[in-house]
Design a protein around this ligand. Structure first.
Ligand SMILES: Cc1cc2nc3c(=O)[nH]c(=O)nc-3n(C[C@H](O)[C@H](O)[C@H](O)COP(=O)(O)OP(=O)(O)OC[C@H]3O[C@@H](n4cnc5c(N)ncnc54)[C@H](O)[C@@H]3O)c2cc1C
Length: 423
């Protein structure tokens, strides 16, 4: 019998197991895959953005999915503590643009290897290829878990750290929701967040591979432009793909889009891209006039080369309803006004997100109302703790999701150890 059984050897589960063992408990860790931290190993494009060095209030602001729930555990183990933790384990870190923290080596594997080495040092018993099928109850009380192969592990405390339901090949395939539901928990419908968005507009696919920098993106509900319909807006970088749009700006906006589509299935969202957000419409019109006056006989296609990326010019001219070989000095006032308008509101009709599996993080999960924020103890089932992405907590990109996993994992590990010792 273990004092503490941790189910799931990802970021949160490894952290929980390490701290429960450091607190003097006998810990068993079940990991469904043949190694620990498969998702962790692909984070940050293989570099692992372990946390973010911004002040804690800012971390919370970057966690749109129940960030405030994380206050207590961040107070006990914040981003600086996470950084100290990894440096003490022999992973020197560096802070990059946007306060993102990475291993100096740029190797996510250094993070997973450091966690694995510490688990070994703390004598955590790791069972690989062991997938929890059910929680084990005796006389209504939680006493452990049963694996898909029928192995039983009894423990005084069980920590569920099975992750969300994205990138399922890494092991986090939504098992945790079923296990939490067995203990009486409410699971808020899991949706993909930080996920690309789908468009059936043909010109979008034609532009596949094109990335735009310093643009503004606005999403409008029901395809209607208006203050009340504005779903999200932001500045930054985005990308056209064969299925729609992606890139940092789109990923950030995608959470609100996913929630809108959950509540309004089949309804359209209109994205408007401002390609020249630094200029007013008037300034842009003047710029266009100047360019056109400098070479009045140029074809429209060539004249737009200074203003638009090459692969966007043809679709852009079509959207404007013009011919590419029009000499610019033949353009009517209203045609030039339309060019200006489109440059500041290029429309992309959106019809959905890519699949749950393609989200970087899951929005939704175990309701935080049913979990203690200091200890991550279940309010529904004694002896159960729930941590990491399995909870209805999700953040933007920048290292915040791993901070959630590490802080919640540590808090639950220590609390479970404390509880196990008193039993
Ligand atoms: C491509 C990508 C890049 C990302 N980059 C970053 C980044 O740079 N920075 C950042 O902060 N966040 C990043 N994230 C998000 C971050 O990886 C997750 O939020 C974080 O890993 C969640 O940790 P977790 O321990 O809760 O879940 P996971 O890391 O998913 O771990 C869950 C573990 O539980 C195991 N498991 C599942 N079911 C069972 C079962 N029934 N029995 C036993 N074991 C089970 C799984 O195999 C898995 O190992 C990224 C995500 C993706 C997909």
């Amino acid at each position: 019998m273990a004092d503490v059984l941790v189910i799931g050897g990802g970021a949160a589960g490894c952290m929980a197991a390490i701290w429960a063992a450091r607190a003097g408990c006998k810990v068993t860790l079940w990991e469904k895959k043949d190694r620990l931290g498969r998702k962790l190993a692909i984070t940050g494009k293989g570099r692992c953005n372990v946390t973010n060095a911004a002040p804690v209030d800012e971390l919370i602001r970057n966690i749109p999915g129940n960030g405030r729930f994380m206050h207590s555990s961040f107070a006990a183990f914040d981003n600086l503590a996470v950084m100290d933790f990894f440096e003490e384990l022999g992973v020197p870190l560096k802070v990059e643009r946007g306060q993102r923290v990475f291993p100096q080596s740029d190797r996510a594997a250094d993070v997973t290897e450091a966690l694995a080495a510490e688990l070994l040092r703390q004598k955590v018993r790791i069972c690989y290829n062991t997938s929890a099928r059910h929680l084990l109850f005796r006389d209504g009380a939680l006493v452990g878990a049963v694996s898909t192969r029928g192995e039983r592990e009894t423990a005084a405390a069980v920590i569920l750290a099975c992750g969300g339901a994205t990138y399922q090949a890494t092991g986090s395939n939504g098992d945790g929701y079923k296990l939490a539901a067995e203990a009486g928990h409410t699971v808020i419908e899991p949706l993909p967040a930080l996920v690309p968005l789908v468009s059936n507009d043909e010109w979008v696919a034609e532009c596949s591979g094109l990335s735009l920098r310093n643009v503004e993106l606005k999403l409008y509900k029901h395809g209607q432009v208006g203050k009340k319909q504005l779903l999200d807006s932001g500045f930054g970088e985005m990308l056209f793909t064969h299925f729609g749009i992606s890139g940092p700006l789109v990923l950030t906006a995608s959470r609100k889009a996913a929630i809108f589509w959950r509540d309004n299935p089949g309804a359209p969202i209109l994205a408007l891209i401002n390609l020249k957000p630094a200029l007013s419409a008037e300034q842009l019109a003047q710029r266009l006039e100047r360019d056109f006056a400098a070479a009045p006989k140029r074809h429209l296609h060539n004249a737009l080369e200074e203003l638009l990326p090459k692969s966007l010019i043809e679709p852009f001219i079509r959207l404007a309803g013009l011919a590419a070989d029009r000499a610019v000095n033949t353009l009517l006032h209203r045609e030039k006004a339309e060019i200006v308008r489109l440059m500041q509101a290029l429309p992309v009709n959106l019809c959905g997100t890519r699949s749950l599996n393609e989200g970087i993080v899951t929005c939704g999960g175990v309701s935080v109302k049913e979990v203690e924020p200091k200890t991550f103890a279940s309010k529904k089932c004694g002896g159960l703790y729930i941590v990491g992405e399995l909870l209805d907590v999700d953040a933007l990109t920048g290292g915040y999701n791993l901070q959630v996993a590490f802080s919640s994992g540590r808090a639950a590990g220590l609390a479970a150890a404390e509880a196990a010792k008193t039993i």
